[in-house]
Ligand binder design. Structure first.
Ligand code: 5GP
Ligand code: MN
Length: 335
């Protein structure tokens, strides 16, 4: 993988470009993809954003979101766009299987492939150009740096700003994590100068759920929370039945895992959700416990030091049993 700087000179020559990201895109995945989209179309490129799956309804207000192609819904159209693209940007994911059923399509491409990502241990051999930096708050911050460094600061308009702000805001927990560096705050100051309304972004993302989502969270916190004080670990498992009973949609479970860490002294929060195709794990930690390595070693996952995810094709009961067995090995580290 060559450095992304080597690609800057090719930016001004109009091309067919596809942008993709990880399955069930979150605020940063969608924000970085659409931010890049709104930048590239100003340079005359023909650009399509493709998502491997559907996304949360709290992202649907984003400018350009209505044009994003859902691979699962429109497989033929999406495959054609990807196969005809001269350049493919892969944003906010480190390994191809994070694109779920799109992986075989991506695996057999001959176009120029570019990575912009902040997750650990990316699959670098797949990419021609790219930048991987785990110190970055978000892929949206990296897209901002990409635009600035490539000499097109003037193209950061209101749409670009709305999208990139969404990504950096959601991936920094509204600017509270250590990753919200001086560079992030300088970027936000610059984005604000484009005149977009950041209060509206917060409202659209955090205050636009339906009643059922709040009742579901109430149920989960009251009835499903388990705390293993001997391992400073809080845990929660959500069954299929509960997803149905509370009409839980994509995005409704986002943020649930963070409640687990809000308990004093808790060092790891673990949430498992019994999705149709797999049991999906979310891990969060405070301080020195590395959930990236934990997820990678035991639950086919990865991510960041303090926030990672994983999966299991086993039953819900079995994957819970495995978790309870596995944390015993970490008693010392979690103390
Ligand atoms: P979340 O718990 O919000 O789904 O994910 C937390 C972090 O871990 C995100 O940065 C996400 O990209 C990453 N992540 C989630 N699931 C997986 C997975 O199955 N594999 C890998 N490598 N990373 C994941
Ligand atoms: Mn991200």
């Amino acid at each position: 993988m060559q450095s992304i700087q080597a690609f800057y000179s090719k930016l001004t020559d109009p091309k067919k470009i596809a942008i993709t990201t990880h399955q069930k895109p979150d605020g940063d995945a969608m924000g970085s993809s659409l931010g890049l989209y709104h930048f590239l179309i100003q340079l005359g490129h023909s650009v399509t954003v493709i998502s491997p799956t559907n996304w949360a309804s709290f992202l649907k207000w984003m400018p350009g979101c209505d044009k994003v192609v859902d691979f699962e819904l429109s497989k033929e159209v999406a495959t054609k766009v990807i196969q005809e693209a001269e350049v493919l940007f892969c944003l906010d994911f480190n390994v191809l299987h994070r694109t779920k059923n799109m992986e075989p399509v991506l695996a057999n491409l001959t176009c120029t492939r570019i990575l912009i990502d902040h997750h650990q241990q990316p699959q670098k051999n797949y990419f021609d150009y790219g930048i991987s930096n785990t110190a970055k708050s978000s892929t949206s911050e990296m897209v901002y740096d990409f635009i600035m460094e490539s000499g097109f600061a003037g193209k950061i308009n209101e749409q670009v700003a709305q999208c990139l702000y969404t990504g950096v805001m959601t991936d920094t927990g509204s600017f509270r994590f250590a990753s919200a560096t001086a560079n992030v705050h300088r970027m936000v100051a610059h984005l604000n100068e484009t005149g977009f309304n950041h209060t509206l972004v917060h409202e659209n993302i955090y205050d636009s759920f339906l009643e059922n989502r709040l009742r579901f969270i109430g149920h989960a916190l009251l009835n499903k929370l388990e705390v293993f004080y001997e391992y400073n670990t809080a845990f929660m498992a959500i069954s299929k039945n509960e997803l149905l009973r509370f009409h839980v949609k994509t995005g409704d479970t986002e943020g649930l895992v963070n409640y687990l860490l809000s308990i004093q002294g808790i060092k790891m929060g673990a949430l498992v959700i019994d999705r149709d195709e797999e049991r999906k794990w979310s891990f969060r930690s405070k301080g020195g416990f590395d959930v990236n390595t934990f997820a990678r070693q035991h639950f086919e996952g990865g991510g960041h030091f303090n926030a990672a995810g994983g999966r299991s094709s086993d039953s819900l009961d079995n994957t819970i049993r495995k978790f309870i067995e596995v944390i015993k090995q970490y008693e010392e580290q979690l103390k």
